[in-house]
Design a protein around this ligand. Structure first.
Ligand code: NAD
Length: 363
């Protein structure tokens, strides 16, 4: 297999690149703009392999993307490049619309042009896998779960941009017959996670005995998916999924945010005892505007139709994640010092995020 992975220097994309290059032996071209969220150190363990290549490119740049298709001649595209942080989308939505909506359109058109000129047998096997989020479904109030037929109801600039991109992908399947697949997954966590997101932020603040910010009352629920389970699910969908279909991917692990934070505190206390119990550092802070209350995925379709199931429970996955951060300061310390130190993002009274800082990719 020759696969283009977009966003392969990001959190999930880099886990996918490592898995495909190292464990599956596929030929991978990592196409990434290298925004603040990217880190080529995350793919350093595979970057010297003959079946891995990297090109720095913006998915909004049609000429570059067309050239990449023509030169690399992929069998499939796995599209993960995106602006991905809800808080940043609240303060500064333009980049989300540009990359997530316009960039997906550019990629779909480049893929369609390339695919339409392939011989029939290769047109048949070509795949375009679009990686999306359960946040497109909105917020659950009661005990329900998101299924593939749940109506879209995005409520943040981020989720609205991802919902838009999902609709574009569906339209390219229906209108042009491009062989697409869509996955909507729940919140990922695991190694190499940029420390602006809840789990790595809390782990690193706990290690440094800093306040542990919890939004609102801490009772919001996220359904946690270990990133290495996720990338196996994506590969399964690419290999065995039915084109035109959507697959929800979740680890059957809905947990309240406060319980996530408390579990991290206890694990850090256990591995790296401090002067005080880390739970004493928990600080409730003003809630995220429009904060979705609860997400929970029903992954029955991918489990029964494709035979994928998450290996990690939340307990095993969070312990592995804490241990990874304890052992890999070489990866996260430069990010904390040079790219993002943990300041609060996404309050409406904040001035827009400094674009220079966002564009900085010194890590
Ligand atoms: P991330 O922010 O860690 O990485 C995104 C990557 O995309 C970065 O390497 C960045 O440089 C690259 N990128 C951004 N704009 C680009 C552009 N214009 N052209 C080329 N590359 C660009 O994101 P992630 O957490 O790895 O998420 C990957 C995908 O999975 C995204 O599409 C996201 O919406 C989706 N997703 C993520 C989660 C999660 O919990 N992280 C959950 C559901 C879905």
């Amino acid at each position: 297999m020759r696969v283009i992975v977009t966003g392969g220097a990001g959190f999930i994309g880099s886990a996918l690149v490592r898995y495909l290059v190292r464990d599956r032996g596929w030929d991978v071209l990592n196409v990434d703009k290298l925004t603040y969220a990217a880190n080529l150190q995350s793919v350093a363990s595979v970057s010297s392999r003959a079946n891995y290549r990297f090109v720095q490119a913006d998915i909004c740049d049609g000429d570059s993307i067309n050239r990449i298709f023509a030169e690399y001649r992929p069998d499939a595209v796995m599209h993960l490049a995106a602006e991905s942080h809800v808080d940043r989308s609240i303060s500064s939505s333009a980049a989300f619309i540009s990359t997530n909506v316009f960039g997906t359109h550019v990629l779909l058109e480049a893929a369609r042009l390339y695919w339409s000129e392939r011989p029939p047998a290769l047109r048949e096997t070509f795949r375009f896998l679009h990686v999306s989020t359960d946040e497109v479904y909105g917020s659950l109030d009661g005990d329900g779960f998101f299924t593939e037929s749940t109506a879209y109801n995005p409520r943040s600039p981020y989720s609205a941009s991802k919902a838009s991109s999902d609709h574009l992908v569906s339209a390219w399947y229906e209108t042009y017959g491009l062989p697409t697949l869509i996955t909507n997954c729940s919140n990922n966590y695991g190694p190499y996670h940029f420390p602006e997101k809840l789990i790595p932020l809390i782990i690193l603040n706990a290690l440094e005995n800093k306040p542990l910010p919890v939004y609102g009352d801490g009772r919001n629920v996220r359904d946690w998916l270990y990133v290495e389970d996720h990338v196996k699910a994506l590969t399964t969908v690419l290999e065995r999924g039915r084109t035109g279909e959507t697959y929800n991917i979740g680890g059957r692990a809905p947990v309240e945010n406060i319980a996530v934070v408390e579990r991290i505190c206890d694990l850090v206390d256990d591995r790296f005892p401090g002067d005080i119990a880390r739970r004493n550092l928990i600080t409730f802070v003003p809630d995220r505007p429009g904060h979705d209350r609860r997400y929970a995925i029903d992954p029955t379709k991918i489990e029964t139709a494709l035979g994928w199931r998450a290996d990690q429970t939340f307990e095993t996955g969070i312990a592995a994640t804490v241990d990874w951060y304890l052992n890999n300061a070489w990866w996260w310390r430069p990010l904390r010092e040079n790219v993002y130190s943990g300041t609060r993002l996404g309050l409406i009274e904040n001035s827009p995020i400094n674009e220079t800082q966002l564009a900085d990719n010194s890590a």
